[in-house]
Design a protein around this ligand. Structure first.
Ligand code: PLP
Length: 398
């Protein structure tokens, strides 16, 4: 019998993970990795937060079963997410909330919901966007379109083009994906006033806002980072929010996320929840317990909640300081361009303006790893070696 698998072609490697492998194999001691998508502390590791360790300790002692969760997940976790994402501005009866395996799992469930229940919807993604958005939405069976986002200077929002695309390219019932804060990969977010304008267009065009909320607390703080999302909810009766706790709880490998769907009426929320559960059931049956239980344990305990907020604030401030240090360091390099635009950008990521060739040279000549798009993970910088980093960046820019 002939082999069925012999002619299967090799899939292309993931561009960013490929760089991580190359970085690990690089023997130069001065190497620096600015390509990864995770937070790093001052010693270059992705730490387990203290509040998480404490919650796990508590869970080990109190957890009584590893039995399946229900299809929509842990009730305490779901109500915590509801508070974090929506505050108290939406009547709980209008929200359908489903725990999901990470933000990725949440986006996949939301995508399938759009494909099955809102057909013939299309989803509009910003250009550029997180590389996985396109693949997730296509796998979910939604047609993907894009709207203008980044300006030609690659460091600011082309707001006019964005609004123009959203009001001329879309049809009522289409979905528009918006990064609620800390746009990945560019770090370029709309201002509060711009969010109002966006919400007005999304509402008047009859679009479904699909908000990707993966970095709450990494921009201007937990509450401030929800402003755009809340503005959208004030203007639109319906919305879907895909949130992730990978970054703000440092729970990357525990796969903790959620889909929060806001419906116009409680009856519509009930029906939507039942359909979300049908999708979950045929995908992964029910979500993993541990990560959601950690978040719920932290948020049900005042002391652990305070600890979490303080640790999250520390991460946020570290990123802000690194941005400032890098900009100041580049200003000292003679002939180097002005990098002060990095101070306006939010979250871990920024488009540095480096070209693919410069990124390549930075890696081969100096051991500094940057994605070909020029995206840098600011949290990957080492403050003790900032002068060196600035000098090698200046070298490839010269
Ligand atoms: N959305 C955006 C914009 C992201 O950057 C990421 C992770 O990098 C995710 C969603 C998915 O996060 P998770 O690891 O929770 O699946």
């Amino acid at each position: 019998a002939s082999h069925r698998f012999d002619s299967i072609p090799l899939a292309p490697p993931d561009a960013i993970l490929g760089l991580t492998e190359a970085f690990a194999a690089d023997t130069r001691s001065e190497k620096m990795n600015l390509s990864v998508g995770v937070y790093k502390d001052a010693s270059g590791v992705t730490p387990i937060m203290k509040c998480v360790k404490a919650a796990e300790q508590k869970l080990i002692e109190t957890e009584k079963t590893k039995g399946y969760l229900s299809i929509d997940g842990l009730p305490d976790y779901r109500s915590d997410v509801q508070k974090l994402v929506f505050g108290d501005r939406i009547d709980a009866g209008r929200i359908a909330m489903v725990q999901a395996p990470g933000g990725t799992g949440a986006l996949r469930v939301a995508g399938e919901f759009l494909a099955r229940q809102c057909s013939p919807t299309r989803v509009f993604l910003p250009n550029p966007t997180w590389a996985n958005h396109n693949a997730i939405m296509q796998s979910a069976g939604v047609n993907v379109e894009s709207y203008s986002y980044l300006a030609d200077d690659r460091r600011s929002l082309n707001f006019e083009a964005m609004l123009n695309d959203l009001s001329t390219k879309t049809r009522p019932g289409d979905a528009v994906l918006l990064h609620a804060c800390c746009h990945n990969p560019t770090g370029v977010d709309p201002t509060a006033d711009q969010w109002k304008e966006i919400a007005r267009v999304v509402s008047s065009q009859g679009l479904i806002p699909l908000l990707d909320f993966a970095y709450q607390g990494f921009g201007d703080g937990l509450e401030a980072d929800a402003v755009g999302l809340h503005t959208m909810l004030d203007a639109c009766a319906e919305a879907i929010v895909c949130s992730s706790y990978s970054k703000n709880f440092g729970l990357y490998s525990e796969r903790v996320g959620a889909v929060g769907l806001v419906a116009g009426t409680p009856a519509a929320a009930t029906a939507s929840l039942s359909q979300l559960k049908v999708i979950v059931r045929s995908n992964y049956s029910n979500p993993p317990r541990h990560g959601g239980a950690i978040v719920a344990t932290v948020l049900s305990d005042d002391e652990l909640t305070q600890m979490w907020k303080a640790e999250l604030e520390e991460m946020r401030l570290r990123i802000t300081h690194l941005r400032e240090q890098f900009v100041a360091g580049m200003a000292k390099q003679s002939g180097a361009p002005d990098f002060s635009f990095l101070l306006k950008q939010k979250g871990m990521f920024s488009y540095s303006g480096l070209t693919a060739m410069q990124a390549d040279e930075l890696r081969t000549k100096h051991g500094v790893y940057v994605v070909g798009s020029g995206r840098i993970n600011v949290a990957g910088m080492d403050e003790k070696r900032m002068d060196w980093l600035c000098s090698v960046v200046a070298d490839v820019l010269a």
